[in-house]
Ligand binder design. Structure first.
Ligand SMILES: Nc1nc2c(ncn2[C@@H]2O[C@H](COP(=O)(O)OP(=O)(O)O)[C@@H](O)[C@H]2O)c(=O)[nH]1
Ligand SMILES: [Mg+2]
Length: 199
């Protein structure tokens, strides 16, 4: 749940990057961190395993300035994608205001994307939240890959977004293609959803 302080005119919103392991969630945050370093007053926090995988989460606090007279602070989180870390994923989702689902465009990741989206739906449901109602953006990542076969965007839309009908972006977290537009979109959807509490 967003933290809104009417007295100090501050809003804090939590946005979580979700998706299958190695899909590019951490790389998204790293790109944002490198691009907006001047707005980010603390270091990005990453808790990693030896193999450089996300163990607990990544955390990036992000100051976006004033909206409707409020000082808006966004907290970006990623979850560990590996199946075995579901308890952690659930914990990171607590109080989420907006979601980015980072899907892996590689053809052999089709099933993994599906599983992860289903897992997101279940974990949200445990907090009595609906994947259909929460601000959500889909990102089809790794479009830069040339050596491995990728799924066509239309196929990914059909697989993942047929019912959700969320805004979606083909992207590359490595080159930065559509990383910032993805972030801008989820921030604007999230802020719109908080409007009624920011009067
Ligand atoms: N080619 C390519 N590789 C990517 C992209 N995004 C992430 N990767 C690579 O995929 C691997 C997993 O990325 P990571 O961000 O750790 O995935 P996470 O498990 O979702 O956090 C790393 O080796 C990244 O460098 C991308 O857009 N294109
Ligand atoms: Mg990660």
């Amino acid at each position: 749940m967003a933290f809104v302080n009417m007295k100090t005119k501050e809003v804090q919103a939590k946005i979580v990057f979700y998706g299958p392991g190695r899909g590019g969630k951490t790389t998204n945050l790293e790109y944002v961190y490198s691009k907006f370093r001047e707005r980010i007053k603390t270091d990005m926090v990453s808790i990693k395993t030896h193999g450089d995988r996300t163990l607990f989460f990544d955390f990036l606090p992000f100051d976006i300035g004033k909206i409707m007279g409020y000082d808006v602070k966004i907290q970006l989180y990623t979850v560990p994608g590996q199946v075995k870390y579901n308890a952690t994923r659930k914990l990171v989702l607590k109080g989420v205001d907006g979601m980015v689902f980072v899907a892996d465009s590689q053809r052999d990741k089709r099933e993994k994307n599906h599983e992860s989206l289903k897992n997101l739906q279940e974990n949200l449901a445990a907090y009595k939240k609906s994947i259909f109602k929460i601000p959500l953006v889909l990102q089809y990542n790794k479009r830069d890959l040339k050596e491995t076969p990728l799924m066509p965007i239309e196929m990914m839309e059909k697989d993942l977004n047929k019912q959700l009908k969320a805004p979606s972006f083909p992207a590359s977290a490595i080159t930065g293609e559509n990383v910032v537009p993805t972030l801008k979109k989820i921030i604007s959807l999230t802020m719109a959803s908080l409007q009624n509490v920011m009067k």
